[in-house]
Design a protein around this ligand. Structure first.
Ligand code: F0G
Length: 463
């Protein structure tokens, strides 16, 4: 028998220094949280690890990294219990890891979706459910890293513009880290669940009379004038944390790449982060083959789809966004350039789906016992189209990234099952196809007879 205690690698290793590089002009500067854009040209920054040129991270090769990350699964240290910090060799280093603000984010399940696979026409379909994070969305994986850097740099306030999930997540991590949270959300355009989270976590929550893009404009002015740190996904540290979704996925698949990873697109931070992780894992020899990373948007908020199709990913085509999937109701995605790069590098594609297609796909994911919020369901709706087009082959392994929990938007779900989601809208005429998934709640007398009659009727329609 081998002695585990003596053969085990120490859980702490030396970490490589990271730099920040401008994605447009390439100007490089040392790590530090203060400026989120390039001081020379104003474009976005990304985290770079110059020491990886050797094909090693933190001095470890691919096999050693895999072993170390496995070994940490048995550790009780908060940063090892986090599904983000467990992979810290691939993250920028904090001065003191024990200062990470963590809610044990990540560690999300990979579910098989047999019903959805049949509907979409593929043999193997999985969902990586990021809605199973502490505040119910994928945002937590990025927030733990960016909030920790904010605190390290001494910021007393953090802020974001949001369609709801970023604000819920930021408010939670700010509260845990003892920082103030300033939330800017478009009035009347985010779900009550998300708004109520920000309130409960103690954020200063401002509902602005504008849309998400308007909130971003206001936030940019505020951060010019006040020592407030932006935790929107233009923050490169957010994307570093969000990379771990892809790392965790590949670890779960024994480092065998799926053929396709499909993700919803809004501000385009998440797809950029997942793509960066895939490319870095390839560079470090953790995987031998890149999956294709594809982005799906709502037809009414399709800036990235148009940017890729009409401008070859070279210039942003903004749109006036409108969709019931409020999380992705974004017309000018900030990270479009980063996303265009990873779409091209992985050979992925873009697709758009209608409001009715989103609603149907959401109910289908629910019927597999999983559930998600509307924005996440664009992935299945998009997959169906990609299979029809032949871009995804029936025998290929596909992973959908579900970004938010079903309970994030109960209004949408209730309206769907009551049948009034599209009442009075221009989509009403197409909504007939939703009937198969509709399960309206029924009001009955308080008698066993009435319930048994309902049960027998349901039993007949099942068989
Ligand atoms: N899915 C959900 C549930 C989201 O909340 C978002 C974005 C996206 C997908 C799109 O991700 O922006 O990285 O392309 N929500 C942001 C917010 C904008 O403020 O919560 P993205």
């Amino acid at each position: 028998m081998t002695d585990q205690t003596t053969s085990a690698r120490p859980l702490e290793v030396e970490h490589d220094a990271a730099e920040l590089r401008c994605i447009a002009c390439g100007a490089v500067r040392a790590q530090g949280a203060h400026n989120l854009r390039c001081v020379k040209c104003g474009d976005l920054l990304e985290v770079l690890f110059p020491d990886w040129k050797s094909g090693r991270a933190a001095g470890l090769d691919a096999t050693e990294l895999k072993e170390l990350w496995q070994q940490r699964r048995t550790s009780r240290l908060p940063i090892d219990e986090s599904g983000v910090w467990r992979f810290r060799e691939l993250l920028p280093a904090l001065h003191d890891w024990r200062q990470a603000i963590t809610l044990r984010e990540g560690n999300t399940p990979l579910y098989e979706l047999p019903g959805c696979a049949r509907i979409a026409g593929v043999q193997q379909l999985y969902a990586k459910h990021q809605g199973m994070n502490p505040t119910g969305s994928f945002k937590d994986t990025g927030m733990t890293v960016a909030a920790s850097f904010a605190r390290q740099e001494g910021f007393r306030w953090v802020a974001c513009a949001s369609t709801g999930n970023t604000s819920a997540s930021m408010a939670a991590y700010a509260a845990r880290g003892g920082m103030g949270a300033l939330v800017l959300v478009p009035e009347g355009q985010i779900s009550w669940s998300k708004l109520s989270q920000a309130l409960d976590y103690g954020a200063l929550t401002c509902q602005l009379k504008t849309d998400f893009d308007g909130c971003m404009r206001v936030l940019n002015e505020v951060i010019q004038q006040k020592p407030v740190y932006s935790l929107n996904s233009v923050n490169p540290y957010r994307l570093e944390g969000q990379k771990t979704t892809a790392i965790e996925l590949l670890e779960r698949l024994d480092w065998q790449s799926p053929d396709h990873v499909i993700v919803p697109g809004g501000n385009m931070g998440n797809s950029s982060a997942l793509g960066k992780a895939l490319l870095e894992m390839k560079e470090l020899g953790l995987i031998s083959r890149l999956p294709r990373l594809s982005v799906i948007q709502a037809e009414g908020a399709n800036a990235m789809v148009r940017t890729m199709r009409e401008a070859g990913g070279k210039s942003l085509i903004s749109v006036q966004a409108e969709t019931m999937a409020t999380a992705i109701r974004i017309g000018s995605p900030a990270s479009w350039k980063k996303a265009a790069r990873v779409l091209n590098a992985t050979g992925g594609t873009v697709e758009q789906v209608s409001e009715v297609e989103i609603a149907l796909a959401k109910a289908e994911i629910g019927a597999d016992g999983i559930g998600c919020e509307p924005a996440s369901a664009v992935t299945l709706a998009g997959l169906k189209k990609l299979v029809k087009q032949g871009f995804v082959k029936p025998g290929e392994l596909v992973v959908l990234i579900l970004t938010g929990h079903l309970l994030k938007d109960p209004d949408f779900t209730l309206k769907f099952h009551r049948g009034d989601l599209f009442a009075g809208t221009r989509h009403e005429k197409d909504a007939g196809i939703l009937a198969v998934q509709k399960r309206a709640p029924i009001v009955l007398d308080a008698s066993a007879d009435a319930v048994i009659r309902a049960l027998e009727k349901a039993e007949r329609s099942r068989s």
